[in-house]
Design a protein around this ligand. Structure first.
Ligand code: FAD
Length: 597
């Protein structure tokens, strides 16, 4: 059940496919030279493998304690958290003037993949804190920044996101929590459910970011405001004061991430919890949407990290477990030698690497969008980021689930038994396609906001880049590159056809794109994964040409060929499902679907 961060693959993607050296010329990122980044990632990999990974299984088995409204984390978690913050891993991208490392988002993507891969239940706490830091840095007043930011960046305090209520999950327009003005603050009341790390014992204070409605709020999504609501009130001198009027009512018993507290929080049982408005009234949802790119990228990286970990455990087991024979071999052989087991491990490896490349490219686009001095380059990068995010979140987490399921299958019966750890990966991966917007919601975002509303502009720019990759492949010698170039010709044709179909069908019947959305999200993932793997093969060949005699280039080229024949052909079926199948989805009646009265 060990985990080793795939440093070699990560550095290859960073340097050869995300052009880290050029990113390090952006204002504020000058320190992030490839050498410095390699040293930082080396340290992060040690922390992931030596501290977080051993707690993954023990935390899952021990679970959480809950008594008198207080959550206790499993043995070893407080100490691991203290080490995390001591080493500065709590918020790697936070600005240095608030005590952060100021690392590029693309480097943070590697760190988040490692830490989530090692121990998702643990890493959710820093992930949520990073979201709170981002919200306060971008939208809060200077006073709120001065009170909260340094503590959050240092990890003395942690953050949460309080969106969900019993009647408001995917549909945040239904939020009912209230905020009533009271002098220089607001009184917050209402119930929030499923709040990750809503209570715990690893930090001195918890800063809840809460969506609620002001008394004069318009109905629906335009009437939601964002508030900072600390667990312990903060005195004028910065010291901690009384407990706020909020409490953790219960924690959920869940399928996976057993060591991550999922809390029901009651605000204002005794008149109202003290809260402070972030930014302008009624702007809560736009602020949340602006932060969503980072949060969704973070959850996509969870899918990649868990998939990687599941693949490592499965490959290790397959190398040791002997069953059956093989031609020309006396006695039984390791199951890794059987072609079907190799196929399963290959699927995990190839899809995980494709998803990794896409996710890191999205993070690189985030760096360019937020830092490039040329406004047109920054705007194009922002469009790229916006287009990629639903694919990264949706496809990477679906890939994580597939990988964890294949990991169980590789283990045979032992995969179904908890001790191997394979089952935990499957249980932990399952939430990643649900929170931070389900795969269905990502799919609607992709087709609705990112393609139709954008009139296909960002998609056309992306296709331009894929065309450039294809041109480079056509110029490369050999049948392997010709085959990858042919795959990219199909990718281009498929994405253009999907975009045209979406724009035309949206004019005809708005329900058609919704019915096709999930198939299109998977289609985009598989096509863009093909593009990523083809680029990886080219970059690997270039490494070989520069004299790299290691195992990485050959592996990347074999995985790209495997992806082309074992993953990419699904694109054709998905295209039919989306474009020819949408009407059949809409034709199903409630009686056809078998709800029990
Ligand atoms: C372990 C865990 C941790 C969580 N952490 C947090 C947290 O920290 N903070 C927080 O605020 N929330 C958190 N959540 C809540 C999570 O974000 C929601 O569960 C999620 O957004 C889905 O909402 P829902 O559960 O109400 O499902 P629903 O919205 O009821 O969705 C049910 C199904 O219907 C589909 N569906 C819903 N609406 C549409 C639509 N318009 N079109 C197509 N399909 C649709 C969905 O895709 C899904 O398949 C957490 C949940 C869990 C289980």
């Amino acid at each position: 059940m060990t985990y080793q961060a795939p440093l070699q693959d990560m550095l290859f993607v960073l340097e050869d496919l995300c052009d880290l050296s050029t990113l390090a010329t952006l204002p504020g990122l000058e320190e992030a030279s490839p050498e410095t980044v390699a040293a930082i990632l080396d340290e992060a990999a040690k922390f992931a493998g030596q501290v977080l990974a051993p707690l993954n299984w023990t935390g899952d088995q021990a679970g959480l304690g809950f008594a008198d409204g207080a959550v206790t984390t499993p043995p070893g978690w407080k100490e691991a958290y203290a080490t995390l913050v001591d080493m500065g891993w709590n918020s790697p991208t936070a600005a240095p003037d608030h005590g952060g490392m100021g690392l590029p988002a693309v480097v943070n993507a590697c760190i988040q993949e490692m830490f989530n891969g090692a121990n998702t239940a643990f890493q959710l706490c820093p992930l949520l804190t990073q979201g709170a830091i981002e919200a306060i840095s971008h939208y809060a007043s200077d006073d709120l920044k001065a009170t909260y930011l340094d503590h959050l960046v240092a990890g003395r305090w942690t953050g949460t996101m309080n969106l969900t209520e019993p009647q408001a999950g995917s549909d945040l327009a239904a939020i009912r929590s209230k905020a009533v003005p009271q002098g220089d603050h607001y009184l917050i009341s209402g119930q929030k459910i499923f709040i990750t790390y809503g209570d715990h014992d690893m930090a001195e204070n918890i800063v809840h970011l809460v969506l609620a409605r002001l008394p004069d709020a318009p109905a629906g999504v335009k009437g939601i405001s964002l508030f900072v609501v600390p667990k312990f009130l903060v005195n004028a001198d910065g010291s901690l004061g009384a407990m706020n009027d909020l409490r953790c009512v219960s924690i959920e018993h869940k399928l996976g991430i057993h060591a991550s507290p999922t809390c029901t929080l009651a605000f204002g049982d005794n008149g109202g919890a003290t809260g402070y408005l972030v930014g302008a009234p009624h702007q809560g949802l736009p602020y949340m949407f602006a932060m969503m790119n980072s949060a969704r990228l973070g959850v996509g990286l969870q899918g990649i990290g868990i998939g990687e970990h599941a693949g490592q455990v499965a490959a290790t087991y397959a190398a040791g477990r002997k069953q059956g024979g093989a031609p020309g071999v006396e006695g039984s052989v390791a199951i890794a030698q059987h072609p079907d087991v190799r196929r399963m491990l290959g699927l995990i490896k190839a899809r995980t690497q494709a998803a990794r490349i896409l996710a890191y490219r999205a993070a690189a686009a985030q760096d360019i969008a937020s830092r490039c001095p040329d406004p047109s380059v920054a705007a194009r990068a922002q469009r790229r980021l916006d287009l990629l995010i639903p694919v990264v979140k949706g496809w990477s987490t679906e890939t994580g689930n597939l990988s964890a399921s294949l990991g169980v299958q590789v283990h045979g019966g032992m995969g179904y038994i908890e001790e191997t750890g394979a089952a935990q990966h499957l249980r932990d991966a399952r939430i990643t396609t649900i929170y931070e917007g389900t795969t269905g919601i990502q799919a609607l975002d992709l087709v609705g906001r990112k393609v139709i509303r954008d009139n296909g502009t960002a998609l056309a720019e992306l296709v331009e880049d894929i065309r450039a990759s294809r041109t480079r492949l056509c110029a490369a010698p050999g049948a392997d590159f010709a085959a990858l170039a042919a795959m990219l010709a199909q990718v281009i044709e498929t994405l253009e056809a999907a975009g045209d179909w979406l724009l035309a069908s949206a004019r005809q019947n708005a329900q058609l794109p919704a019915a096709a959305a999930s198939a299109l999200l998977e289609l985009f993932g598989i096509c863009l994964g093909g593009w990523a793997m083809a680029d990886a093969a080219l970059a690997a060949a270039a490494r070989q040409a520069r004299g790299d005699a290691g195992t990485l280039p050959g592996r990347q080229m074999r995985l790209a060929a495997f992806y082309r024949t074992q993953v990419f052909p699904q694109a054709q079926a998905l295209r039919v499902m989306a474009t020819e199948g949408a009407e059949t989805v809409l034709a199903l009646t409630p009686e056809d679907l078998g709800a029990v009265a």
